[in-house]
Write a protein that binds this ligand. Structure first.
Ligand code: BGC
Length: 382
C-alpha cells in the first residue's frame, strides 16, 4: 500500500476506493479512510483512523478500538456527533475511561460474580474491579490495549480491521486469545462490527462494544425523551451487585417492558426493585430470536432531531445501560460535562456471569472453535 502525508494526516491509497478530496476533514461522496498519529500510551504509538462514506463519518482509535465519534445527519441533513467520548487520547487514558466510552470490551463483557469461575475442573480468579465482582475484562481489559490496525477495501464500504493477541493468563483468563474486530462503514450510514476469536486453551469470552448514544448529539442533555424498543419478552433479573439471579423473568407488566417503543424517561425513576438496584436501567434483555443470523434487537429514536438507530445482532442478549453512573465529573468531546442519563449504551452480548449459570447460553470457547459475532448499528432519520 502506498501512503503519503498531508498536514499530519496520512491518506491511505490502494484501497480501490478513490481518494477523498480533502483527506479526513469532509464527509465526501466516496468511501475513504485516513490515519493520523494520535499520541502514545505506555510507549506504544496510537493512531486515529477516520472513515467516511457519504454523509457519515466515524473516528476509531487503535487504543481500546474506541469508536471516538460518529457523525450522522438529522432530518435536515445537519451532522452531529451522536456518541459520547473525549476529544483527546488523554481523556481516555488519564480518566482510565471508567465509563468505557466507545471501547471494545473483552475478554468478558459485563460482570462475573466475585471474579470467579470454574472450567475443566480448575477455578480461575479474576481481578475484582467492580466490588465485589469483575467487570468488563478486569483492570486492563481490551479497552485499554493498543490494537494493530489494517484498512480493508470493500466495494461500497470502508473498513478497519483491529487485532489483539491476549496472552495466556492475562487478567487471570486461561488461553492465548487471538481476537480480530472489524469495523465496516456501510454505504447507507451503518457501522457493522464483526468479532472473531480463537484460543489455544478452553476459556470464556464475551465481546462487545460499549458506545453510548445520544441521537440529539453528545453533550446536549439527557436521553429521557429518546424512545427505545427492545425485541425481548424476558430479561435476566439481578441482585443488588448487578449479578443475574439465574432466572429469565417476563418483562410483561413491569417497567422492563420495551416491546413497544417507550420513552426512556417514562419509567427510569420507578421504585421497581430491579430499577432501584441499577439506579435506573442496567440489565440484560433476552432477545426473542428466531434463528442464528442477524436479527433486529433494538430501535432508538429521537423525535427532536429525527435521528434513528436500529441495532441488529447475532448475539442472544443486549445490555441496556442508561448512563446511570455518569455523575458530571467527565467532560466530553464538546467540552460539556456528562451527567446521569446523558447517553445510553446498548451492548450486544452473551448474558452477564454466564460462566456461573449452566442454564445461560455458553460463553466457553475451546481450541479449534471460532467465535464469530456480528452487530450492525444502522442510522437513519424520520
Ligand atoms: C454496566 C454498568 C457499568 C457500565 C460502565 C455497563 O455495561 O452494566 O453497570 O456501570 O457498563 O462501566
Amino acid at each position: 500500500m502506498r501512503t503519503f502525508a498531508r498536514a499530519g494526516v496520512v491518506v491511505l491509497l490502494g484501497l480501490g476506493l478513490g481518494l477523498a478530496s480533502s483527506s479526513s476533514s469532509q464527509a465526501g461522496a466516496k468511501p475513504s479512510i485516513s490515519k493520523e498519529a494520535y499520541g502514545s500510551v505506555g510507549g506504544q504509538a496510537v493512531d486515529r483512523y477516520t472513515l467516511s462514506n457519504g454523509k457519515f463519518r466515524v473516528r476509531i482509535l487503535t487504543y481500546g478500538g474506541i469508536l471516538q465519534t460518529v457523525e450522522t445527519p438529522d432530518r435536515h441533513g445537519r451532522l452531529a456527533n451522536v456518541t459520547l467520548g473525549f476529544g483527546t487520547l488523554g481523556g481516555y487514558v488519564t480518566s482510565k475511561n471508567p465509563a468505557y466510552f466507545g471501547a471494545l470490551i473483552g475478554r468478558y463483557g459485563n460482570r462475573i460474580a466475585k471474579g470467579k469461575f470454574t472450567l475443566g475442573g480448575q477455578t480461575y480468579q479474576l481481578a475484582i474491579n467492580n466490588d465485589p465482582n469483575s467487570l468488563h475484562g478486569g483492570n486492563a481489559g481490551f479497552d485499554k490495549r493498543v490494537w494493530t490496525a489494517t484498512p480493508v477495501a470493500g466495494k461500497n464500504t470502508v473498513a478497519l480491521r483491529l487485532s489483539y493477541v491476549s496472552p495466556n493468563g492475562e487478567e487471570g483468563y486461561p488461553g492465548t486469545l487471538r481476537t480480530t474486530v472489524t469495523y465496516t462503514i456501510t454505504k447507507d450510514r451503518g457501522i457493522r462490527i464483526d468479532y472473531h476469536a480463537t484460543t489455544d486453551k478452553a476459556t470464556v469470552v464475551n465481546l462487545t462494544n460499549h458506545a453510548y448514544w445520544n441521537l440529539g448529539g453528545e453533550g446536549t442533555g439527557t436521553i429521557d425523551d429518546h424512545k427505545l424498543q427492545l425485541r425481548a419478552s424476558r430479561y435476566t433479573p439481578v441482585d443488588s451487585t448487578l449479578i443475574p439471579t439465574g432466572k429469565l423473568a417476563a418483562v410483561a407488566g413491569t417497567p422492563m417492558d420495551f416491546r413497544k417503543a417507550t420513552a426512556i424517561g417514562a419509567r427510569n425513576r420507578s421504585s421497581f426493585q430491579q430499577i432501584v438496584y441499577g439506579r435506573g436501567y442496567d440489565h440484560n434483555w433476552v432477545l426473542d430470536r428466531h434463528g442464528k443470523g442477524l436479527e433486529v434487537a433494538a430501535r432508538v429514536s429521537d423525535a427532536a432531531s429525527g435521528r434513528t438507530l436500529t441495532i441488529s445482532t447475532t448475539e442472544p442478549g443486549i445490555q441496556f445501560y442508561g448512563g446511570n453512573f455518569l455523575d458530571g465529573t467527565l467532560y466530553g468531546t464538546s467540552g460539556r460535562a456528562y451527567r446521569q442519563g446523558d447517553g445510553l449504551a446498548l451492548e450486544t452480548q452473551h448474558f452477564p456471569d454466564s460462566p456461573n449459570h449452566a442454564n445461560f447460553p455458553s460463553t466457553v470457547l475451546r481450541p479449534g472453535q471460532v467465535l464469530r459475532s456480528t452487530t450492525v448499528y444502522q442510522f437513519g432519520t424520520r
